[in-house]
Design a protein around this ligand. Structure first.
Ligand code: PEP
Length: 254
């Protein structure tokens, strides 16, 4: 697939995989997807497996990501992980503002913006998640919600930081439900977000920023979703837990 931006396919393992299981999975992934070009592949294991997975990925083309981080630098924040600690483990990306964190940890756009700035300060590339709930979509609020989240979660980023930020459009109703946005729903939302980035930053930045789609991406729907002009990759939950399905998604995306 000839795309304007390099595709980025990331696997969000959520709270799954022991270290041993994580190593098995990355071993299989390296065999299946280790020589694929034209796509940035990222795996985001739980914190407990980052160090071992970093070692396992060292001789591969697969990048390492984390699922969250603190907005603070090192200090008295019990249970938190600072951006520079991730950087030390060769983490390159960090998922911020996933809808599960927005829902269960009540993360606000303001907090996510602080985390995004802290990520950039440590040279990590944030993957900032936005997306509407089913009730919001049914009430015709999708664009209003996306605008609020994009403006709020990316607040304070400079143009160069924005260029190195990935946005993940993840309709909440499609995450882990088996329901996928139609290609036109995804394309519409992505084009809307890109238009907003042009307003908030500039047209060049908007053209460069990669916008992933997330929400029940599977091998069977990846190709169609990725064929949309403003869909630049996928953030994959459930189907990233098996090497075969994640590899097929990657293969079907390029
Ligand atoms: C996600 O959690 O980011 C996600 C997209 O999950 P799933 O692919 O399982 O819907």
């Amino acid at each position: 697939m000839n795309k304007e931006r390099k595709l980025i396919v990331a696997g969000n393992w959520k709270m799954n995989k022991t270290v041993a299981e994580a190593l098995l999975l990355v071993g299989e992934l390296k065999r299946g997807a280790g020589n694929l070009q034209d796509v940035d592949i990222v795996v985001c294991p739980p914190f407990t497996a980052l160090s071992e997975v970093a070692n396992a990925l060292r001789d591969s083309n697969i990048y390492l990501g984390a699922q969250n981080m603190s907005e603070h630098g090192p200090g008295a924040y019990t249970g938190e992980i600072a951006a520079e600690m991730l950087k030390e483990l060769e983490v390159g990306y960090v998922i911020l503002g996933h809808s599960e964190r927005r829902q269960y940890q009540k993360e606000s756009d303001e907090l996510i913006a602080k985390k995004a700035q802290a990520a950039h300060a440590a040279a990590l590339q944030p993957i900032v998640c936005v997306g509407e709930t089913l009730a919001e979509r049914e009430a015709g609020q999708t664009e209003k919600v996306l605008e609020g989240q994009v403006r709020g979660s990316l607040f304070g980023l400079g143009k160069e930081q924005m260029r190195r930020t990935v946005v993940a459009y993840e309709p909440v109703w499609a995450i882990g439900t088996g329901k996928t946005a139609t290609t036109s729903q995804a394309q519409e939302a992505h084009a809307f977000i890109r238009g907003l980035l042009a307003k908030l930053f500039d047209i060049t930045i908007a053209r460069l920023v990669r916008i992933q789609y997330g929400g029940s991406v599977k091998p069977s729907n990846a190709r169609e979703l990725m064929s949309q002009p403003d869909v630049d990759g996928a953030l994959v939950g459930g189907a990233s837990l098996e090497a075969q399905s994640f590899t097929e998604i990657i293969q079907n995306s390029i």
